[in-house]
Ligand binder design. Structure first.
Ligand code: SF4
Length: 361
């Protein structure tokens, strides 16, 4: 039997939000050119599928998309801004096993400013609460941590914890997908301090899943200091992204779109073993963008499990026997930055922020 893959299906580039860190809404897809059910049916078997956008629930046929994907995939999680409560609730009635991650970028005012969605926090929160009250098990927040909202990180985690929800984090990235090349964290130490607090909250819990989330957040500190990824990136080998136009890509982190083939016009087998796909894989092997997004970090954490595993064991042992908490200064780069051995300008220059490379940040 063919090996199951990890796939991300970008069902639309249309979006009702106006996030400060993502310009995708300025380059939406047209409904008539978005992935058809016939194309979705050509996807390979998957052990995990993330449905994302744009805002996926803008598509009025999303239920049909999910129906088609459940024939292919063991587990599906939809990333959404949670604005279309009725549509989300309606879909969850048919698929109570589905995962829903709602992007909330901070407490009310911060969220609405960053997302450019008036009433966005209340709508997102209402959707979350409704789903929990319906008995949905796999529901959670997603937050893109940046200078403006880092101070809300632990407060939002506490809300998710009280509601017994998942809490997914990310930080700023630049790529064709976000139609953005100038995202950057300015006050790295302040943002990392909030991640450190979150990591200690996660390590303190009794949930092994949260301990591994602590490792992921440790990787985010490493990322915002523009360092090499903690784990290799194997995107396009057993993972893929497909965009609304049917183009299959390794990931959503590249500067320009990298295309392995098009599923509207090719079969999966033809596309996946094509010379174009091999060319993209060769580029991934020497990619230096060092993204740390859940889509590329989670498969790597499963594949190279021994590394996060030992990190978790070490920190749990230190915590238990020596009462020692996690510190961001265990990363050499953070110590070097604190001690003035590395400057902000040097770190900026190593980031993916284009403006920073020419010293304009
Ligand atoms: S590091 Fe990985 S996820 Fe990021 S752009 Fe390169 S190949 Fe894509």
């Amino acid at each position: 039997m063919a090996k199951k893959l990890n796939g991300t299906v970008i069902v639309t580039y249309r979006c009702n939000a106006r996030c400060t860190m993502c310009n995708r809404y300025k380059e939406p897809s047209r409904p008539e050119e978005e992935l058809s059910i016939a194309t979705i049916e050509k996807l390979p078997p998957m052990y995990f599928t993330n449905i994302t956008g744009g805002e996926p629930f803008i598509r009025e046929d999303l239920k049909e998309v999910v129906r088609a994907l459940y024939k292919k995939s063991d587990r599906i999680v939809i990333s959404t801004n949670g604005f279309y409560t009725d549509r989300i609730v309606d879909l969850c009635k048919e698929f109570p096993q589905i995962g829903i991650r709602i992007s909330i970028e901070g407490l009310e005012q911060t969220n609405n400013e960053i997302r450019g969605l008036e009433d966005g926090y209340r709508r997102g929160y209402t959707t979350l609460k409704t789903l929990v009250d319906m008995g949905m098990k796999d529901v959670g927040f997603g937050m893109t941590v940046q200078d403006r909202n880092a101070g809300d990180l632990v407060a939002l985690y506490n809300i998710s914890d009280e509601m017994n929800m998942e809490f997914a984090t990310a930080s700023l990235h630049n790529s064709f997908y976000f139609v953005e090349s100038n995202n950057i964290i300015h006050d790295r130490l302040a943002v990392a301090q909030n991640f450190e607090d979150l990591i200690n909250r996660l390590l303190q819990s009794s949930s092994p899943k949260k301990w591994f989330r602590a490792y992921f957040n440790h990787g985010l500190i490493n990322y915002i200091f523009s360092q090499k990824r903690l784990l290799p990136c194997d995107m396009s080998f057993d993972t893929f992204f497909i965009d609304p136009y049917g183009d299959v890509m390794p990931c959503n982190g590249t500067k320009e779109k990298q295309v392995m083939g098009n599923l509207n016009s090719q079969s999966w087998e033809e596309l996946w073993s094509s010379p174009e796909a091999e060319e993209v894989r060769a580029k991934v092997r020497c990619c230096d963008r060092n993204c740390w997004m859940i889509g590329s970090a989670s498969p790597a954490m499963h594949k190279y499990i021994y590394k996060p595993f030992w990190w978790v064991v070490r920190h749990k042992i230190f915590r238990f026997f020596k009462k020692k908490k996690y510190s961001m200064y265990e990363l050499k780069i953070v110590r070097d930055f604190r001690d003035g051995k590395v400057t902000k300008q040097e770190l900026d220059a190593c980031s993916t922020c284009e403006r920073c490379k020419v010293g304009e940040a």
